[in-house]
Design a protein around this ligand. Structure first.
Ligand code: CA
Length: 230
């Protein structure tokens, strides 16, 4: 699953160079060239990371970052600051930015920061209980609110589907047997059969996969059961 990056930057040359390089590194890149546009994009679409310039037309990056945090958008933000804007860096971090890179920057440095931030995000997610929101591409699962959204739109899931999705995400990357899923999600005393697991997996695929016939997240592991990747 490609990681999605939103680039909010008003210098056309930099937008072009960065978009091109990030795409070649395997990221899915979208860009906005002013503050209000960047804010709207970041609010309406889930991204894995936002690169946010400070000097932007319409609304500066610091305000955009603060407004996004106030609106509950927790996507990691790396601010792009001009050399010598020390105050901006401090303020930016206070307003909810996760990191900053000073312009003009070496591409390798920026790529390293991006990777480090995405890795940290992933590690935090792997700690299980502490995770409140899981994001992967267009899919977002808020565990605290028990809400699932795809491309920013709410997805209706039943309580059992949500419990199953949660267990799959918490153990993502691992092949989980039908018996394990049945025991963990429905309970040992349950009179249901492993067929129930298959049915719920099929329902979940209808809801979270772009193409349920060719799932990219909720995969079948032949002879075993299922695996969540993302
Ligand atoms: Ca600028």
């Amino acid at each position: 699953m490609k990681k999605r990056i939103l680039l909010v930057e008003d210098e056309p040359g930099l937008v072009l160079t960065l978009s091109d390089r990030l795409a070649r590194e395997g990221y899915d890149v979208e860009s906005a060239t002013d503050g209000p546009g960047g804010y709207e994009r970041a609010r309406s679409t889930p991204f894995d990371l936002i690169l946010l310039d400070i000097g932007l037309p319409g609304r500066n990056g610091l305000d955009v970052c603060r407004d996004l945090r106030q609106a509950g958008v927790e996507t990691p933000v790396i601010m792009l600051t001009a050399r010598g804007q020390t105050v901006d860096k401090v303020v930016g971090l206070k307003l909810g930015a996760d990191d900053y890179v000073t312009k003009p920057f070496e591409m390798m440095e920026l790529l390293a920061r991006i990777e480090a931030r995405l890795r940290r995000d992933r590690e935090a997610h792997h700690e299980g209980q502490t995770v409140e929101v899981f994001r992967s591409g267009a899919l977002q699962v808020d565990f605290r609110r028990a809400e699932v959204t795809r491309d920013g739109r709410p997805v209706e899931v039943s309580a059992k589907e949500f419990q199953l999705l949660r267990y799959l995400i918490e153990h993502r990357g691992a092949a989980l047997s039908r018996d394990e899923l049945l025991n963990e999600v429905w309970g040992y005393q349950s009179a249901t059969s492993t067929r129930t697991v298959d049915v719920h997996v099929a329902w979940l695929r209808q809801k979270i996969e772009e193409n349920p016939r060719h799932p990219q997240r909720l995969l079948t592991v032949h002879g075993i059961g299922y695996k969540f990747v993302g």
